[in-house]
Ligand binder design. Sequence first.
Ligand code: HEM
Length: 515
Amino acid sequence: MVEAQILVVGVITASIVILSILWFKSKKLDQPPLPPGPRGLPILGYLPFLSSNNLHHDFTKLATKFGPIYRLWLGSKLCVVISSPALAKEVVRDHDKVMANRDVPIAVRVLYPGGLDIAWAPYGSNWRTMRKVFVKDMLSNNNLEAAHVHLKNEVKKSIRFVYSKIGTPINIGELAYTIGLNVIMTMVWGGTLDEELRGTAEEGFRNLSPQVMDLLGKPNISDLFSLPDFLDLQGISKQMKNVGKQLHGLLDLVIDQRMKMMSNGRVEYKSKDDQNTKDFLQILLELKERNDGGAKINISQIKAMIIDMFLGGIDTTATTLEWVMAEILANPNVKERVTQELNDVIGMDTNVEDIHLNRLNYLEAVLKESSRMHPPLPVLVPRSPTQSCIVGGYTIPKDTRVLINVQSIHRDPQAWQNPSKFDPERFLDENGKCDFDGANFQYLPFGSGRRICAGLPLAKTTLMYVLPSLLQSFDWMIPNGEEVDLEDKFGIVVKKKVPLFACPSPRLHNSKLYE
Ligand code: HEM
């Protein structure tokens, strides 16, 4: 009798287990498949078929074969590439919270040993705190207005520099980088550093930032095959550790000097403008000490945010500026119209003033069109879902690397008429409402959703002041009447393959305006 009971219980238990397995299996079968994609080689996946100089173009070509969502195995890393406005909308709006996570490379973890920065921090409370401080406290409207004073001073210095080089070819990318670096440095620590430290910091950031960007742009085998950090077959982690140490060392010197000034009860400013505006370092250090119940930040977070400004802000802005200048010089009719607008709105007897800026509609359209054709971050910053989700009817498993190919989206013939033509007019008529704010999924140079570029207002203000200033003060010509080369090369920021050189000649009536 007892044996019979045991047998019945056993049969029932076994049936439940088998039915559960079948149910789970059928559920799994119900799940949509992975997106389609090219076959790769065992272990290596599709890696051998991609060119590291042309990755963004390879991604675009694959979309023409496999459609607006496809998957690739890069080593053991599953990547999904999204190439249409409708699917981008699913990722950055419908699944915004799940997709607000990043796929963090090992080199980034090495660069921020004390905790990740805003751009790479996982979606969560640490990211929220830093992002809030960055956007609401540092880049508030008031602070941006105050920072505008520094921007004007730096542009004035650059105009003076260009004037001293009249007739000689100038490397526009380098000029833009110097303006960007000086603007960010002045906004971050104002005129408070002693001359020697300011010089050391400037030289340090000028040398170290491109090295960091270069290392970040290199595909790392350790990431693609989930190898332990210590294997570091290409030596990327080692190099990043070394560069990161120098970068953090510089910031420590700058922060120490400021904290000493603060503990002495006075911050010594070098100019009146600086006295009237709190620089970002001051704002951040005060938030570290705050007692009003608001979010406090620590030194690692402060350093990470400052590095974000240097790494996230300078190269992207300078590259955008170089592309806009290249497109203007490559399109004489566009140049003529830009010049006409500058003459009408500003004239030749004064420098660019704030009142002129929101009347430069055509120039703004040129900036937008250039950012459409040459988005500096053509696949944004990789996202990584915190849980499996369904996009375009396909499954994207948790932890996949998701790339939004804005380069492709910006040239999608279903979203843009005549997409390979440089035509600023399109931003003045039917697409006039397309702004940089990520609300329109066919146009995402700054990304969209929760992880949209945190420096967008600063980038826009900087570009829309530097550009008219350079174009109104000088007529720019390509040396020897050569053609402008518009080819690009892949990197973490996609730049011109051949740097743009142009010769300035003065346009303004009064030479005092260049002093
Ligand atoms: C033309 C100039 C710029 C371009 C084209 C640009 C573009 C972008 C893009 C595409 C992203 C990723 C967005 C996404 O994943 O959806 C991003 C993120 C970011 N950008 Fe920019 N950016 C520019 C300037 C700046 C500036 C001036 C700063 C700071 C001063 C900055 C700071 C950041 C930060 C901190 C993030 C990370 C945001 C997050 O993950 O929450 N950027 N940027």
